[in-house]
Design a protein around this ligand. Structure first.
Ligand SMILES: CC(C)(COP(=O)(O)OP(=O)(O)OC[C@H]1O[C@@H](n2cnc3c(N)ncnc32)[C@H](O)[C@@H]1OP(=O)(O)O)[C@@H](O)C(=O)NCCC(=O)NCCS
Length: 147
């Protein structure tokens, strides 16, 4: 697992597109907050954070079909959560159409869009790229009393 760089963009785009996830806003992302495994194409797994004020979107989590079920996504999510804590972020939010049960098992809880902070709602994933039917989920990153 390593930090992504600009040269990984085509392979990241391919893996996300093949996984049914948005790619339109990838070029504008801070790839130092994205993790990948694999050199060049095809990548085995990708996942990233998009900072939005004191929180972040956990986004673009995808494992190539041939590599699923080996804990790669779980490892990426754990590493991104550690990064979020090191950045002192309050919480991670995500949008998913197909993997709500997966993220619930990792400690994410569904919430109403009305309860999502404005900084997250203004992200392109929220504002235009993810369908309204997507489930919004949240996990607090602070000490337990900070939620
Ligand atoms: C969801 C996804 C990232 C999981 O990747 P992975 O590397 O196979 O996940 P892990 O190996 O960490 O976990 C595998 C476990 O999760 C379960 N799981 C996988 N996808 C799931 C889903 N959509 N819903 C519920 N459980 C799921 C598997 O059955 C497996 O369970 P087991 O450990 O009891 O056998 C992968 O299936 C994927 O890329 N899906 C398409 C993209 C997507 O929906 N991303 C999430 C939105 S950002």
């Amino acid at each position: 697992m390593r930090t992504a760089n600009r040269e990984d963009l085509p392979a990241i785009r391919d893996l996300l597109a093949a996984s049914g996830l948005p790619t339109d806003d990838l070029a504008e992302q801070d790839l130092s907050l994205f993790l990948v495994q694999g050199e060049g194409e095809p990548l085995a797994v990708v996942g990233g954070l998009e900072r939005c004020g004191s929180a972040a979107l956990l986004r673009s989590v995808a494992t190539a079909p041939a590599h699923r079920g080996r804990g790669l996504a779980r490892t990426v999510v754990a590493a991104l959560e550690a990064r979020a804590r090191s950045l002192d972020l309050d919480a991670l939010y995500l949008l998913t159409e197909t993997a709500a049960d997966y993220f619930q098992a990792l400690g994410y809880a569904p919430l109403d869009r009305a309860d999502v902070p404005g900084s997250i709602r203004e992200s392109r994933q929220f504002a235009d790229l993810c369908p309204d039917s997507a489930t919004v989920m949240r996990k607090g990153m602070g000490a337990p009393d900070r939620g």
